[in-house]
Design a protein around this ligand. Structure first.
Ligand SMILES: [Zn+2]
Length: 450
């Protein structure tokens, strides 16, 4: 029953977790792409987006210079520019639909459109899809006003610019799995574009393994405290999946898995991978689907059972969000470029890129991951099957104490089973596939098996 255990990487010790991983595990190809993320590129995208005057979802879709239609066409033209250099692997469309007046935030029928660029995976046997999303639309204080200026530099020019910069850099590389770069519309009218896309994906049977939704992540300057801190960014994840069969909640309760949902595993992965590749950035996990009683473009995916997280700056400034541009008693309101921090946006974009690249380069997740429960014992026997896609060099067994938010120990194993001298009563476990270059799949939590 003794299995090959090649290496034990202890993350505790003299170095912080991030430093230890930086030393051990950077993939040079990903580190190279991370270096290419450019604050000037990000700034130029946002300047152009703001120059459309308004990007309200209920603004003109036919005006060549002003409104959401012109903005959509411009994002498409940038995707197409990069597609031309990708050898035909990147393709882009504006995916449109008619959204009927709903009497709430849409008062007459509109042409709703998401700008979608797809970097097709190179492995025909790999149907995995990883999505990065931002919302192109902006809003005024009155969400029904599609006429007057709504710059939307940070909300969500920041997320849209991050999506574009990742597409620019990553389309020069190839990945076994598919990456979709999307700027949606209709977020401010009620998550219309992301709902349209998530439902379409579900109906088409897309194997989406992760969605990174970026919304408001290019400034970090609370209106209450004036604290400027560009070293921390939040990742929100749901603990209990919205889609539940009853059976799932029962297992979560019985095994104490309230902190091990798929979206929370993704959040943990985003933190670890982001901190591995981006210096001076701490990814702070928030154990909530979104900010208090609010939602975002990851929600429609989560509601259909997909794994998704929201990435947002640490301190929002509500003077600069959903506000008409104006000066009132000496205070400037409005979502303007001048309030943004492009070095912060560079780091947050790089953090996304590192995660997308590491996921899309990784082998598929191990299948049928089980923990042996035939006999009562103070050790732990795990077994699994090779993934459907890719050929892993090995597997990481992840371990943490039940009170720890992050994985504490990684054990590299060559085969598809392992016997560990640690009690399953006292630790949580997960298993990841890992490539020769050290790219890990998302982890799978073992289920009881015999
Ligand atoms: Zn937003």
């Amino acid at each position: 029953m003794t299995k090959r255990i090649a290496l034990v990487v202890l993350l505790a010790g003299g170095l912080s977790r991030a430093q230890a991983q930086t030393t051990i595990l950077r993939d040079p190809e990903i580190a190279g792409m991370v270096k290419e993320v450019n604050p000037d590129s990000l700034r130029s995208y946002i300047k152009t987006m703001v120059a459309f005057g308004t990007r309200s979802t209920v603004s003109s879709t036919t005006d060549k210079k002003r409104g959401i239609g012109a903005a959509r066409n411009w994002v498409l033209s940038k995707f197409n520019e990069w597609a031309a250099a990708s050898g035909g692997r990147l393709t882009a469309v504006v995916d449109t639909t008619t959204y009927a007046a709903d009497g709430r935030r849409v008062r007459s029928n509109i042409n709703l459109g998401n700008v979608v660029a797809t970097l097709k995976g190179t492995d025909p046997n790999d149907n995995r899809i990883f999505i990065i999303s931002g919302h192109l639309d902006s809003r005024r204080t009155d969400v029904l006003d599609g006429t007057n200026d709504a710059p939307g530099a940070n909300d969500d020019g920041s997320g849209s610019a991050a999506v574009m910069e990742c597409a620019r850099i990553m389309s020069k590389h190839s990945f076994p799995a598919t990456i979709v770069f999307v700027t949606v519309s209709g977020e401010e009218q009620g998550l219309l574009g992301s709902t349209y896309m998530a439902k379409k994906a579900k109906a088409a049977g897309w194997n989406i393994e992760a969605v990174l939704n970026n919304d408001i992540m290019g400034s970090n300057n609370s209106n209450e405290t004036n604290v400027i801190d560009n070293t921390r960014v939040r990742v929100f994840s749901e603990g209990l999946p919205y889609v539940d069969t009853g059976r799932l909640a029962e297992r979560v309760r019985q095994m104490g898995l309230e902190n091990d949902s798929k979206s929370r595993q993704l959040a943990r992965y985003v933190k670890e991978t982001g901190e591995r590749y981006v210096d001076n950035l701490q990814v702070v996990m928030i154990y909530r689907p979104d900010r208090f009683l609010r939602g975002g473009d990851h929600s429609p995916y989560q509601n259909l059972g997909y794994t998704a997280v929201r990435i947002t700056e640490m301190n929002e400034n509500f003077n600069h969000q959903h506000q008409d541009v104006r000066t009132d008693k000496g205070v400037v309101y409005g979502d303007l470029e001048e309030f943004m921090d492009f070095e912060y946006l560079r780091k947050n974009t790089a953090m996304n890129l590192a995660n997308l690249a590491n996921l899309a380069k990784s082998p598929g997740m191990p299948q049928d991951v089980r923990v042996e429960v035939r006999n009562l014992t103070n050790s732990t026997q795990l077994s699994w099957k090779a993934p459907a896609a890719g050929s892993p060099k090995g597997y990481y067994i992840l371990m943490r104490e039940t009170t720890s938010p992050v994985w504490e120990k990684k054990i590299i194993v060559g085969g598809t089973e392992a016997s560990l001298p640690y009690s399953k009563d006292n630790y949580f476990f997960g298993v990841q596939s890992v490539s020769a270059a050290g790219n890990e799949s998302l982890p799978v939590v073992p289920v009881p098996g015999r």
